[in-house]
Write a protein that binds this ligand. Structure first.
Ligand code: DMJ
Length: 643
């Protein structure tokens, strides 16, 4: 066959095209352009076919090699008389190959390939007949199957560890009928908060009690993680609300899933979720809580992948990508966030036998120990890339608070063995007392904030937790100043009570000043709100446990009544926007910490001391009780307390 001449690009009439005598013996005549095109088209199709056949039709030599490969290893031996060798039941073919058998095998394989192709083609045709929705549903079902398999794998029980001494989970019943009645009232408030969340916000992070629907904020990311359920579990348990506890447990078992594309706050998830799950595990003994806590902790670990090991503030649970809050000074991480992981992470290492969690928090501690501190104070901001402080702001309230709390509690939780943490706590509060604590003209002790080289005479509601902290740390204090710290705790409790008492609603503002003739009163409109926070009541409870001074129960009862009167709505409890206004407006949020902390501390305030005794339990910063660990014999290393 001759090769056709190349077609010219222009459209002018062409000289006769010689297609070769053997191809068209009777048609040597000149062809018209359209005919030429058709013929060329046929020819090029023919050439393509030949080309395809050459490259894609089965090459028997390739098959031979493939067959040999297979046969060489795996064709079971039936007959060795044709020259093959028998090794352990399988025949290795050598010379004397049976050609006939080989062709049969080749044919069998070819048929199989053909059948497989046809099957795949049929399946593809079937798929194409389906609608987009049907195909998507099928993909989702497949995905779910994979997720279920992964879940099964993740839910394997963890190695058992001896449980610490779990004392005082169920008692606390007061003999005094008046106290019992008050305690029952607080339990009723818990039920009101829970039932409404159950009805209107179930599975959402929080509740909007007026709009009667779910609510969330960026700290929980964009997925429904049932923050209120997890945060409320241990309160339900100690109040004896066991049906509600079981409902919560069931939801967690079936729905709490951390493989979500959601960016959460490492600190908030640690204190509310990991703390809540661990406490629920210790109280109830239900394995599911421990498993979920460990799964979640694994998702937080990528946040520590920074040049210094100081974790990012936020992490995406799926991708593990971390970053810091845009508002934080010079891209810094926040002291109260990366410094409030210790209790939960030590428990995670204890329960799993995996030191990874413990090592992360000890690394943070070691790094902080090495750093210079202006005036002995810890600034609120630390850059996780450079390891340098950001702005020199120091606070015992927002951005700093629970870092100091966790130094003390690390010591308590280690059965007072972690003396390194105690020393850091003692050093820190000495500097705080020297530079931040003052008495107002009216004689109120307050804790101000250090900003750009001067003291701001303003105290936050959050800072009021420190009264309880000073009392809790009194025993074991340096130079045996127990009396002094108990007194300091009492003074802070008094100041914070004043901040409540000087309002119209008898509820405390978010921040209050001690300046220009103002004492314990909020000045700016945007500091007059009360969002169901616990810190003042928390301090009343600690002071009550250490002194049994009845005024703490009285103050706690005042707060209970005010919350019930001004924050209660038919759909739950709401924060209020102005505690100085006689007709308050609501913020329409029932915070999860209201159930975790505020109502728990109130309930404990009206219970006997044998309910969760402080010698055996340490409360994390979200009021989740974790047992004291007697770790002298464990393999955790790096800290004298855990050797
Ligand atoms: C709680 O989530 C914790 O107590 C945290 O440490 C700071 N404050 C809120 C409640 O006010």
């Amino acid at each position: 066959m001759t090769t056709p001449a190349l077609l010219p690009l222009s459209g002018r009439r062409l000289p006769p095209l010689n297609l070769g005598a053997s191809a068209f013996p009777h048609h040597r005549a000149t062809l018209r352009l359209s005919e030429k095109f058709i013929l060329l088209l046929i020819l090029s199709a023919f050439i393509t076919l030949c080309f395809g056949a050459f490259f894609f039709l089965p090459d028997s030599s390739k098959h031979k090699r493939f067959d040999l490969g297979l046969e060489d290893v795996l064709i079971p031996h039936v007959d060795t008389s044709k020259g093959g060798k028998n090794l352990g039941g399988f025949l290795i073919h050598g010379q004397g190959h049976d050609e006939h058998r080989h062709r049969e095998e080749e044919e069998r394989l070819r048929n199989k390939i053909r059948a497989d192709h046809e099957k795949a083609l049929e399946e593809a045709k079937e798929k194409l007949k389906k609608s987009r929705d049907e195909i998507q549903a099928e993909i989702q079902t497949e995905k779910n199957k994979v997720v279920q398999e992964l879940k099964k794998k993740d839910s394997k029980p963890l190695p058992p560890v001896p449980l610490p001494n779990l004392i005082g989970i169920n008692s606390g019943e007061p003999a005094d009928p008046d106290i019992r009645e008050k305690r029952n009232k607080i339990k009723e408030m818990m039920k009101h908060a829970w039932d409404n969340y159950r009805q209107y916000g179930w599975g959402h992070n929080e509740l909007k009690p007026i709009a009667r629907k779910g609510h969330s904020t960026n700290i929980f990311g964009n997925s429904q993680m049932g923050a209120t359920i997890v945060d409320a579990l241990d309160t339900l348990y100690i109040m004896g609300l066991h049906d509600e506890f079981r409902e919560g447990q069931e939801w967690i078992d079936k729905n709490l899933d951390f493989s979500v594309n959601s960016e959460v706050s490492v600190f908030e998830v640690n204190i509310r979720f990991i703390g809540g799950l661990l406490a629920a595990y210790y109280l109830s003994g239900q394995e599911v809580f421990k498993i979920k806590a460990v799964q979640l902790a694994g998702k937080l670990l990528p946040a520590f992948n920074t040049p210094t090991g100081i974790p990012w503030a936020m992490v995406n649970l799926k991708s593990g990508v971390g970053r810091n809050w845009g508002w934080a000074s010079a891209g810094s991480s926040i002291l109260a966030e990366f410094g409030t992981l210790h209790m939960e992470f030590v428990h995670l290492s204890y329960l799993t036998g995996d030191p990874v969690y413990y090592n992360k928090v000890m690394h943070i501690r070691k790094l902080l120990q090495k750093m210079d501190r202006p005036n002995g104070l810890y600034p609120n901001y630390l850059n996780p890339r450079t390891g340098r402080w950001g702005q020199h702001h120091t606070s015992v309230g927002g951005l700093g608070d629970s870092f100091y709390e966790y130094l003390l509690k690390a010591w308590l939780m280690s059965d007072k063995m972690d003396t390194e943490a105690r020393k850091m706590y003692d050093d820190a509060i000495e500097a705080i007392e020297k530079h931040l604590i003052r008495k107002s003209n009216g004689g109120l002790t307050f804790i101000g904030e250090w900003k750009n080289g001067h003291l701001e005479r303003k105290m936050g509601h959050l800072t009021c937790f420190a009264g309880g902290m000073f009392a809790l740390g009194a025993d074991g204090s340096r130079d045996d100043k127990a009396g002094h710290y108990l007194q300091l705790g009492a003074e802070i409790a008094h100041t914070c009570h004043e901040s409540y008492d000087r309002t119209t609603l008898k509820l405390g503002p978010e921040a209050f000043k001690f300046d220009g003739g103002v004492e314990a009163v909020a000045v700016r409109q945007n500091e007059k709100y009360y969002i169901l926070r616990p810190e003042v009541i928390e301090t009343y409870w600690y002071m009550w446990r250490f002194t049994h001074d009845p005024k703490y129960r009285q103050w706690g009862w005042e707060a209970t009544q005010a919350i019930d009167k001004y924050c209660r709505v038919s759909g739950g409890f709401s924060g209020v926007k102005d505690v100085y206004s006689s007709s308050p407006t609501y913020d329409d949020v029932q915070q999860s910490f209201f159930l975790a902390e505020t109502l728990k501390y109130l309930y404990l305030l009206f219970s006997n001391d044998d309910l969760l005794p402080l010698d055996n339990w340490v409360f994390n910063t979200e009021a989740h009780p974790l047992p004291v660990l007697h770790l002298a014999n464990t393999t955790l290393s790096g800290n004298p307390a855990y050797r």
